[in-house]
Ligand binder design. Structure first.
Ligand code: THU
Length: 134
């Protein structure tokens, strides 16, 4: 599957949705695109709030939308940021990814300049807490 992932298309969609980010406080727009097993792609951008703690990251926003749209088997996640080096997903988003994907989930983050980092979920969230413990 890894070889079949249309990373360029995913990054393009992540870059596009990033432009919709609501970031009046951090001015740090992030875009995310998730590819699902059935070929669907769901995107998300970060949405901040005057009550700062209510901020929803791009990745989590995308997962929440995806569930509402009936997609729950992610096979790849692409993230776009405008930083000197690619930015990995935050801890909360890693945990949300672990709810829906196994440890092999490939996650790639790219800057607007084209620098890229590649991860597997297991590297970002070793010893994930999952439903297996419940
Ligand atoms: N943010 C994301 O949307 N995704 C990440 O992977 C890291 C951080 C957002 C949250 C907040 O709106 C802004 O970036 C600065 O932390």
């Amino acid at each position: 599957m890894a070889a079949d992932i249309p990373w360029e298309a995913l990054f393009q969609q992540a870059a596009k949705v990033r432009e919709r980010a609501h970031v009046p406080y951090s001015r740090f727009p992030v875009g995310a695109a998730i590819l699902f097993e059935d070929g669907s792609v769901v995107t998300g951008c970060n949405v901040e709030n005057a009550t700062y703690g209510l901020t929803v990251c791009a990745e989590r926003g995308a997962f929440v939308s995806a569930v509402a749209q009936g997609h729950s088997r992610p096979v790849a996640v692409a993230i776009v940021v405008d930083t000197p080096t690619p930015c990995p997903p935050c801890g909360m988003c890693r945990q949300v990814m672990a709810e829906f994907a196994g440890p092999d989930l490939p996650i790639r983050s790219r800057t607007l300049q084209g620098e890229e980092a590649r991860y597997a979920l297991r590297e970002l969230l070793p010893y994930a807490f999952t439903r297996d413990f419940l």
